[in-house]
Write a protein that binds this ligand. Structure first.
Ligand SMILES: [Zn+2]
Length: 315
C-alpha cells in the first residue's frame, strides 16, 4: 500500500483491507457536486455508500487519502481494476452542487503535486489517456468506460482547466522545468491557444472533415503542445462523432493522432477531444472530425454550432 506523504491519512475500513490490490496506471479527476472538506467526504464514503475515491481535495487545497494507491477504489467503474490487475487512482474535489464552478488555485496546486507524485512513485506516463485502459492522466468524462451510462464530471469549466493548467502543470513540474514566475527564460513560458467559433458548420455523415475554428491551422511554429477541441453540436441521439488531430508536413504528408470517439445525446451534445505531444515548427496542427449517425440510412448532416480550441504550446 502506498500513502501520499502530502495528504492527511483517513483510512477507510473495511475497504482498505478488503479490496483487491491494483497496479496504479492512471489518475482520474472528479468533482463531487458538494462543497465538502476532505473530512466530510471521508464520512460520506464511510457512512452513506460503499463507493469511494482514493483522495479528496477541499476548496482550500486540504487533501486526505482514504485508500492506499495500490488498492482498488470504486469511483471509475471499469477503470477501478481491470482484469490484468491495473487500475486508476481517483481524486474527488469539492465543487458546487452543479459541478459547474472552476477549481480554485489551491485545488489546482494540489492536483499538480499529487499528479507529480503519482508519476514519481508509480511511474504514470506524462500523457493524457488515449483510450480507457491507456496509462496516463484524465478526468472522469474523458472515456465512457470510466462511468456507468456517461457523466459530465468534473464539469466543463474544470475540463478546460485540466487541459490548460493542470495537466501541463504536472508535465512541467515532473520534468523539473522552472516555475514561470521564477524569472525563467522566455522560451519556458507557454503560449496560449484560444480559438472560439460560433459559425454553424454542417458535417455530412461518413467522411473526415477538417474543422475550421477561426481558420484550419490551429498552430504553427510550435515544438510541443497540449490541445483540446470542445464542440457543441446538434444531431439525433445515439450517433458517433470521431475526432483526431494531425500534423501536416510541408511535403503534404501527415501524422495523425489516435481517434477519440464520442456519442451524441438528445438535444445539444458536447464532445471533447484532447491531444498532447511534440511537433515540428514547420508542421501545422489541424483537427478533423467525422460523423456516423445511429441510423445508417440517415444522410442528414449534423450541425456544429460552437467550436472551441484551447491549449498551451511551447515555441
Ligand atoms: Zn466523477
Amino acid at each position: 500500500m502506498a500513502w501520499y506523504p502530502g495528504a492527511t491519512k483517513m483510512e477507510l475500513q473495511p475497504e482498505s483491507d478488503a479490496q483487491e490490490a491494483i497496479q496504479p496506471t492512471q489518475f482520474i479527476m472528479h468533482s463531487i457536486a458538494a462543497p465538502w472538506t476532505p473530512r466530510r467526504t471521508y464520512e460520506y464514503w464511510r457512512d452513506s455508500t460503499n463507493l469511494e475515491s482514493h483522495f479528496a481535495i477541499g476548496y482550500d487545497g486540504s487533501i486526505a487519502q482514504f485508500i492506499g494507491t495500490q488498492t482498488r477504489a470504486d469511483a471509475n467503474y471499469l477503470a477501478n481494476r481491470r482484469p490484468d490487475g491495473t487500475g486508476a487512482v481517483s481524486v474527488e474535489t469539492a465543487a458546487n452542487t452543479q459541478n459547474s464552478d472552476a477549481w480554485t488555485a489551491e485545488q489546482i496546486e494540489e492536483l499538480i503535486k499529487l499528479g507529480v507524485w503519482l508519476h514519481e512513485r508509480h511511474g504514470l506516463p506524462l500523457r493524457i489517456c488515449r483510450t480507457a485502459s491507456d496509462p496516463g492522466y484524465g478526468y472522469h468524462r474523458l472515456h465512457p468506460d470510466w462511468s456507468m451510462g456517461g457523466t459530465a464530471c468534473p464539469g466543463a469549466a474544470r475540463i478546460v482547466q485540466f487541459h490548460e493548467v493542470v495537466f501541463p502543470g504536472i508535465v512541467a513540474r515532473a520534468n523539473g522545468e522552472p516555475n514561470p514566475d521564477n524569472g525563467s527564460e522566455e522560451n519556458d513560458v507557454p503560449n496560449t491557444l484560444g480559438r472560439y467559433d460560433a459559425t454553424d458548420r454542417p458535417l455530412a455523415p461518413g467522411a473526415w472533415k477538417t474543422l475550421d475554428v477561426e481558420g484550419i491551422d490551429l498552430l504553427t511554429g510550435a515544438r510541443a503542445y497540449t490541445a483540446a477541441v470542445l464542440l457543441t453540436l446538434r444531431a439525433p441521439a445515439g450517433g458517433t462523432v470521431q475526432g483526431r488531430f494531425y500534423h501536416l508536413r510541408r511535403d503534404g504528408t501527415r501524422w495523425t493522432s489516435g481517434v477519440v470517439e464520442r456519442l451524441t445525446t438528445a438535444g445539444d451534445s458536447f464532445p471533447d477531444f484532447a491531444h498532447a505531444g511534440s511537433i515540428r515548427p514547420e508542421e501545422k496542427l489541424r483537427f478533423e472530425v467525422a460523423y456516423w449517425p445511429a441510423d445508417k440510412a440517415d444522410t442528414t448532416p449534423l450541425t456544429i454550432t460552437t467550436s472551441r480550441a484551447r491549449g498551451l504550446y511551447w515555441k
